[in-house]
Design a protein around this ligand. Structure first.
Ligand code: SF4
Ligand code: SF4
Length: 309
């Protein structure tokens, strides 16, 4: 492949609410409930270069929506552990808005020195730099101090705390303190298994229990790219390193939005099945749609059986 030719555009589907770019799965922390490790230990992916990411993401079009733009979200792991983190932000075309999901382990002074805060700012009901607070991995004083430094430099930044049953009290205390200091601190529900219970509100209650696997047809509205540039149907497929559905640098790559066969239903990642708020903070959105041909068939067989018996 000619590494300098301009790739054909990839129009993002109208219904696409979320474009996730997992720059790396590396992270300096080890949270016991890390959603990257819902089923298996974290995979080590090859990372593609800054130039490749800029070339790949510059292909994305149809990002404007009536209610606002769909940003690309730099994520991970911890996205700042990609060696080209700042260059990717600075070299992407201006028309592509950028959000960041981070644990703020990076040097905020370097961010302030290298990135124009307007590059990470857009009309949205939440901050574009979304910091996750993990009480057993980080010091709250340091986290708040870093957040204040970014705010003072005019970055749009907010903190989110996961309401894990072991940490709910600590997170709520941290939220009170942050609010007193004028920091936007929100909570998010814990998704996953703890104390023999699956936490979270899911579209299908048996999708994430890991009790069995079922063949289904699944369609995602999200665009999920792994550190090596592969495109995955869902977070489960990325975290489990399943066969990707494409490669973002493939000139023929298109976002089709078709239903694809999957044999892993039952082991879905909570991120994909969670009933959540969309980018406009409207509740009731789920990333994937699923059809159950086997259930329809066995229902039809039962009906036929009862009609003939
Ligand atoms: S900071 Fe985030 S990515 Fe890192 S271990 Fe914790 S939950 Fe996982
Ligand atoms: S059924 Fe679950 S594991 Fe399979 S593609 Fe859909 S979300 Fe992913």
């Amino acid at each position: 492949m000619n590494t300098h030719s301009v790739l054909p555009e990839v129009p993002v589907l109208d219904e696409c609410n979320y474009i996730a770019v997992f720059l790396t799965m590396a992270c300096p922390y080890r949270c016991s409930y890390c959603i990257n490790e819902y089923e298996s230990p974290r995979e080590h992916f090859r990372m593609i270069s800054t130039a490749k990411w800029v070339r790949a993401l510059s292909r994305l079009t149809n990002l404007k929506r009536e209610q606002g733009e769909v940003p690309i979200t730099l994520s991970g792991g911890e996205p700042s552990m990609h060696p080209g983190f700042y260059d990717i932000i600075n070299e992407l075309p201006e028309r592509i808005r950028i959000d960041i999901l981070t644990n703020l382990s990076f040097d905020v002074d370097e961010m302030i020195a290298r990135v124009n805060p307007d590059r990470l700012r857009r009309e949205a009901p939440y901050a574009s730099i979304r910091v996750s607070y993990h009480p057993d991995q980080m010091n709250l004083d340091d986290l708040l101090a870093k957040t204040h430094r970014l705010m003072a430099a005019n970055f749009s930044v907010g903190i989110w705390g996961v309401l894990h049953p072991d940490q709910e009290g600590i997170v709520l205390e941290a939220q009170k303190r942050a609010h007193k200091e004028g920091i936007d601190f929100r909570t998010k529900e814990f998704l996953g298994l703890a104390y023999g219970r699956l936490y979270g509100q899911f579209k299908f209650p048996d999708a994430c229990t890991m009790e069995k696997k079922e063949k289904v047809l699944c369609r995602t509205s999200e665009l999920i790219m792994g550190p090596n540039g592969s495109v995955y149907r869902c977070h489960h497929d990325l975290y489990e390193n399943c066969e990707p559905v494409g490669y973002i640098l493939d000139p023929d790559f298109r976002m089709t939005g078709e239903y694809l066969p999957c044999e892993c239903y039952g082991h879905c990642n909570p991120c994909d099945l969670k009933v959540k708020t969309n980018r406009l903070q409207q509740f009731g959105y789920t990333a994937v749609s699923i059809k159950f041909p086997q259930r329809v068939e066995s229902g039809a067989r039962r009906l036929t059986g009862s009609a003939t018996s």
